[in-house]
Design a protein around this ligand. Structure first.
Ligand SMILES: Cc1cc2nc3c(=O)[nH]c(=O)nc-3n(C[C@H](O)[C@H](O)[C@H](O)COP(=O)(O)OP(=O)(O)OC[C@H]3O[C@@H](n4cnc5c(N)ncnc54)[C@H](O)[C@@H]3O)c2cc1C
Ligand code: SF4
Ligand code: SF4
Ligand code: SF4
Length: 505
């Protein structure tokens, strides 16, 4: 049980639920947001500099802005939820494109499309923003990210490439406002970093007004720095100071001056930060613009544009010749990989969270359970109508082409009489080996169990069915004619109800 002082002074809850439970990812939002400078994130730890309860009777801030607390999640979602497309795997968005820096040298340095570096450099040069929060490399330990306030293009260039350890970018954001007096800041971070900034915005914290644009990176997880480096030193005889670069492909690639070693991910999996195991966000769903790899294409990035501000800025850079774009629908394999990775991360995290629910029951989707809004909403008011169905005889290849074209990850499958027989999903299709996809009919991968609702049921009824059967969607049938498919409702539709409910309160 929490004592009275626990609930009045947020630090006590933050310490107990997040820091001491191993869920902190060192973003530094608590330090940036604390009104009395009582917190410092330093040396892979959060330190309490003084006991704030001596100065204050009540303060909820540090727990509210921490990305791993249940607070402010739905309000944070409302920053992107006016986007026209909502997708179970990728969140809300306006457009998805492939993109790359037009400068080949940048692409070589980044081992990707160098889209982030090009956008930031363009934004600084054109004075769209006055600074950018980036993660450079510590000179004496190059694997370690060094969060920094970039003021000129060279600062941005020296942060190119991914570092697979936590970076205290929200702390650097605080320094940009308080230390440098910056008022138009571009922010780059992994999904939990972006969530921390969105929470500050939802809280209307005074420093959040200086945020100009958020660029989120795709993220499978980060590693605990010291334990992983110790493991690499012990097993592969490489000292941290000798590491020049780390990269992620099918293996974890560690490069020194003299050698390149490729470590199987299974060998280092145990060093992934505990929070990452219950993290559902792969594509930085709350960013203005999200950027990730475009495997199997080299030199390209996948860009998800979510907000109007993101769209205007991105296409301004494209029109000015800084970025090339390409149509993602022409590269269905890229789209498939991104959506499969996002769904796998979400499903694995939800399973893990379910196991931990007692201690940690506040992930966005788990939160659905607690809302009255679902009980007040009828399925017919939120279901997607006129949904696309697929005939049982099309091949898995054709099915994947449809996914690439329409971006939905699941479709009802109908038999020759036009009656629904089940649901086929991207995840099941992706499990069919490449060379067998042209000969495998979609009925072979169709989940035959029909989980259904009627238009007059409540959204809460639909949610309970999703939970019971461990599915992300329910088909809506006509009660007068159960063979007549009227629509479909997904977990994303349920999140939409909650977001609107929050916006209207
Ligand atoms: C921890 C981590 C895990 C990732 N996992 C995946 C994945 O599984 N699949 C996938 O497709 N993409 C993943 N990405 C994203 C991918 O590695 C690239 O960052 C992204 O595609 C942008 O590429 P770019 O060439 O446009 O970026 P660049 O132009 O090279 O710029 C990279 C930017 O990332 C910032 N940055 C680097 N490391 C960090 C960090 N630790 N925290 C915050 N900011 C950082 C730098 O400030 C820099 O501005 C991950 C990135 C990180 C940091
Ligand atoms: S004063 Fe600072 S440390 Fe204390 S509860 Fe508030 S934000 Fe947390
Ligand atoms: S706000 Fe960031 S640094 Fe502070 S406890 Fe939460 S994850 Fe850790
Ligand atoms: S997996 Fe989630 S919690 Fe872990 S670093 Fe990435 S965004 Fe943060």
């Amino acid at each position: 049980m929490e004592s009275k002082s626990d609930s009045l002074i947020a630090y006590n809850v933050l310490e107990k639920k997040i820091i001491n439970s191993g869920f902190c990812t060192l973003c530094g939002a608590c330090e940036a947001a604390c009104p009395v400078s009582a917190i410092q994130v330093n040396g892979e730890k959060v330190h309490r500099l003084h006991d704030c309860s001596k100065d204050l009777d009540l303060c909820p801030i540090c727990y509210a802005v921490c990305p791993h607390s249940e607070a402010l999640l739905l309000r944070s979602l409302s920053f992107v939820s006016d986007a026209p497309i909502k997708n179970e795997a990728l969140g809300y968005y306006r457009k998805i494109v492939l993109a790359q820096a037009t400068d080949p040298k940048l692409r070589e340095q980044s081992h990707g499309g160098a889209v982030v570096t090009s956008l930031l450099t363009y934004g600084i040069e054109k004075k769209v923003f006055d600074s950018a929060i980036v993660s450079q490399a510590e000179p004496e330990n190059p694997a370690k990210p060094k969060p920094a306030v970039a003021l000129v293009p060279d600062d941005i260039l020296s942060a190119i490439g991914s570092k697979f350890f936590p970076s205290s970018v929200a702390k650097a954001y605080g320094s940009a406002v308080y230390g440098y007096g910056k008022t138009k800041i571009a922010f780059v971070g992994v999904p939990c970093n972006v969530l921390a900034l969105r929470k500050m915005e939802a809280w209307q914290h005074k420093i959040s007004g200086s945020m100009k644009i958020t660029i989120g990176l795709f993220c499978f997880g980060t590693f605990s720095l010291t334990p992983l480096l110790e493991h690499i030193t012990k097993t592969y005889k490489i000292r941290p100071s000798d590491i020049k670069q780390m990269r992620l492909s099918s293996k974890f690639v560690v490069q020194t001056e003299n050698e390149v070693i490729r470590i199987p991910l299974s060998d280092i999996e145990s060093h992934i930060m505990p929070s990452c195991r219950t993290c559902t966000d792969f594509t930085s769903e709350l960013a203005d613009i999200s950027v990730g790899g475009a495997y199997p294409l080299k030199d390209w990035s996948t860009v998800i544009i979510r907000t109007k501000a993101g769209e205007d800025f991105f296409y301004d850079a494209v029109e000015n010749g800084v970025i090339n774009t390409w149509v993602i629908e022409q590269e269905p394999e890229v789209m498939e990989r991104v959506m499969v990775a996002a769904m796998q991360k979400r499903n694995t995290a939800l399973k893990e969270a379910k196991k931990m629910e007692e201690a940690y029951g506040f992930l966005p989707v788990l939160l659905l359970r607690e809302s009255n809004a679902l009980a007040r909403t009828k399925v017919e008011d939120v279901m997607t109508k006129n949904i696309k169905t697929v005939p049982e005889d099309i091949t898995v290849s054709q099915f994947l082409d449809l996914i690439g074209k329409y971006h939905h990850i699941a479709y009802p499958v109908i038999d020759k009489a036009g009656e629904p027989i089940g649901i086929a999903t991207l995840e099941e299709a992706a499990k069919v080996e490449q060379d067998k996809r042209k000969d495998t009919p979609v009925k072979k991968i169709t989940r035959r169990e029909l989980i259904t609702a009627h238009p007059g049921d409540t959204a809460l009824d639909a949610f309970k069915k999703m939970e019971k059967h461990e599915v992300g969607r329910v088909l809506v049938l006509d009660p007068a004619n159960p063979k007549n498919l009227l629509g479909m409702i997904t977990k994303t539709d349920l999140m939409h109800i909650l977001t609107n409910n929050v916006e209207n309160t």
